[in-house]
Structures are given as C-alpha cells and as structure tokens.
Design a protein around this ligand. Structure first.
Ligand SMILES: Cc1ncc(COP(=O)(O)O)c(C=O)c1O
Length: 375
C-alpha cells in the first residue's frame, strides 16, 4: 500500500492556488501601510455579505467576538438565559458567558449531532432570550424545526456559522436565518484567514450599526474622537481582509471538492464507520470529516491511522457542558452528546483530497479487527 501521509488539513495546497495574489496583497499593504480598516476591509465586507445573502457584514477579530457582539448588541445579558447545544466548540458558550447571560445546555439529534426543536422545548423557561443555532461540522441545523421552536417561544435565533461558510437549508444560506450570524476565519475553517479573523452577518441595520461601533471602541459613526457605546477593539485587519477576499473567490469550488470527498467516504468506508446523516434539505459544506465508530474502538483506530501517516482528530472529546468553566451550569445529563463524545472521530477533510486518498483511508480502516467484518 502507498504510505505517503494524508494530512488532516492541507492549507499549503489551498494557498498554492492563490499564492501570487496573496504575495501581492502583502506587498501592496507594506507599500501603502493601510493595515487596519479602510478599503480592503470594506471590499471584503461587501463581498461576504453578498455571498452569505445577508445585508450587512462587519469584519471582526475572531468568531468568538462575533457571537458575543451579536448577543451584546441585541441586549442579551444578565438575567437572560441562552440555549446552547452541548455538542459544540466551547466558544459558543464562552460568548454567552461573557455577556453575563446564563447558559442552558440542550442535547442534540443522534444522526446529525445538531440542536433540535424538541431539545429547545425541553429546556426553555420564561427567562430564555435566545438560541445559539450552531451549524456544526458544516451542516445547518434543521431550520424548519429550530426556527419553529424559536417562533413558538419568542426567542432570538443567533447563528454560530463558524463551521458553515456557504452551507444552506432549503435555499436559505447560513448567515441569513436569524438575527445575526457569527463566522470564524480561523485558518483551518472552510474560509480561513492568514491568522485570526471573524465576521458578523446580519439583515438588521440597527444591529449592524451597534456592532460596527462596539467592535471599534464604541466609536461614533460621525466623529473619530467621540464614543457613543461601551466598545472594545475587535477589528478585522486589512491583510486578513485582502486574503479573505482572494480566498472567497475559491470557496464554492473548495466546498464542492469537500462534498466530493464526503461522497467518496460514503462509498468506500467500512459499514461500521458511520458518517453523519446529511438531511435532504441541507447543502452541507463538510467542514470536518466526522464519523462515528463502535464504542471502545476509537483509540486503536486512531493509532492505526497514525501508523499509516493519516491525520485525525476528535471534535469534541469533552462535551461543552462538562468543560471546567461550565460544569454545573445545568445539572442535567445530555445523553446523546455524552455517548457521541466517546465514538466520534474526524477523518481528513479538505479540498485537495483525491479519490485514491479516501480509498486508502477506507482500506486502512478496513484492516482494523473491529471494522474488518463490515468492510
Ligand atoms: C463552532 C464554533 N464556534 C465558534 C468558534 C470561534 O471562532 P474563533 O476561533 O475564530 O474565535 C469556532 C472556531 O473555532 C467554532 O468552531
């Protein structure tokens, strides 16, 4: 068997496609010294708002800030509860904690590992103000179901779209489904910067005005020296904006390539290695190659992959409600999330995987004693 490594991510291959443009962007910036704000940021914000089919985009420093700024600008804070799926990256919960609201965790669907309307119904109270709809792994939550639950209880829907650039549900794109969406441009995301970066996308002009000000020291829109709101520094810098504009032009092709890789996984993986269910209404962008393996087999499967130079990860081995800062936030168990945490693993997923790479990963997995029968 060919034993060349198969990386979990391959940013070098992505960047090779746009290298000349990235080099030119950097060189132009060093010449002009317009490092923060300005035309490069305006250009990216316009392009990304239009791509996400939202009306407004505000570039910010990272995805966590984007979520916190949406909650803060929407007036959510002390005394409010915000529902957060237990199966998410910790940043979703951090954003809620940092505006002073109480986190209430909700369990997820066993097939998609995403939050559901029933899970919201199970934990909603009269203090609930919002739901963090996390489009985890590149698939949007069931918007019909989650949207109906939010409408039923009068809750704001905030999208955590950090892993869902370009994802859709029934023609609605991540970023245009709720009051506001937070995106991360951490380098490994489907659209990644050359460092940290993030954005808020919203259709609400008042929310946009507030977030634009709050992310820039609460500055007034008319005077550089006056500050209307309590703000902070959470600005997207011009280099990141230039790199993101360049890479945004490749995003649809890269997402198509991820979908092709996901289809090959479905075709070749042994039956006991189960990819997540993708709902027919969803256009998923496969941020991660998430699969579930039989209980008790993950460590030895991971060791086998490593022996063959194949990268893998776990997203996430410790559920958010069991992480130290949040343990005790909700004294209830999250059975689906807790069971999944022991059997999920993420296989390589990026736009430069070939069919033969994925055949080889499947073949290696088929050589594991617990998976061989199903190969
Ligand atoms: C689901 C989710 N939410 C929020 C974030 C936070 O983004 P950032 O790391 O840019 O702050 C991430 C990124 O890691 C994420 O995966």
């Amino acid at each position: 068997m060919n034993n060349s490594p198969i990386n979990f991510l391959d940013l070098r291959a992505d960047h090779a496609e746009v290298r000349d443009d990235l080099d030119k962007a950097w060189s132009d910036l060093v010449d002009t010294c317009g490092f923060v704000g300005g035309g490069a940021v305006d250009e990216f914000e316009a392009a990304f708002a239009s791509y996400q089919r939202g009306t407004h985009c505000i570039g910010v420093a990272n995805g966590t800030d984007a979520l916190e700024l949406i909650l803060g600008a929407a007036g959510i804070g002390p005394g409010d509860e915000v529902i957060v799926p237990a199966n998410t990256f910790i940043a979703t919960a951090e954003a809620v904690a940092h505006v002073g609201a109480d986190i209430v965790f909700a369990d997820v669907d066993p097939d998609t590992l995403l939050i559901t309307g029933d899970a919201i119904d199970a934990v909603v109270t009269e203090r609930t103000a919002a739901v963090m709809a996390v489009h985890l792994y590149g698939q949007m939550v069931d918007l019909d179901d989650v949207g109906a639950a939010c409408a039923r209880h009068g809750l704001a829907l905030v999208e955590d779209a950090a892993q869902a650039h370009g994802a859709e549900w029934n023609g609605v794109r991540a970023g245009s489904a709720g009051i506001g969406a937070g995106f991360s441009f951490y380098p490994g995301k489907n659209l990644g910067a050359l460092g940290d970066g993030g954005a808020v996308v919203t259709g609400d002009a008042e929310l946009e005005r507030k977030i634009r000000s709050m992310s820039n020291h609460g500055r007034s829109s008319t005077s550089k020296y006056e500050h209307d709101l309590l703000g902070r520094n959470s600005r997207l810098d011009a280099l990141q904006a230039k790199a993101l504009t360049i890479k945004l032009a490749r995003l649809d092709d890269w997402n198509d390539a991820r979908r092709a890789a996901a289809a090959w996984y479905r075709e070749y993986l042994p039956a006991a290695v189960r990819p997540l269910v993708i709902r027919p209404e969803a256009v998923a962008v496969h941020h991660l190659g998430l699969v579930q393996v039989p209980d008790g087999t993950r460590d030895s499967i991971g060791a086998l992959l490593e022996q063959h130079g194949i990268g893998w990860g776990i997203h996430y081995p410790v559920p958010c409600h069991q992480q130290a800062p949040f343990a005790g936030a909700t004294p209830v168990s999250m059975p689906v999330t807790e069971a999944a945490a022991g059997r999920i693993m993420s296989l390589p997923m990026h736009p430069h995987l070939s069919e033969s790479d994925i055949k080889r990963i499947a073949e290696v997995l088929g050589g594991h004693p617990a998976l061989a029968e199903s190969a």
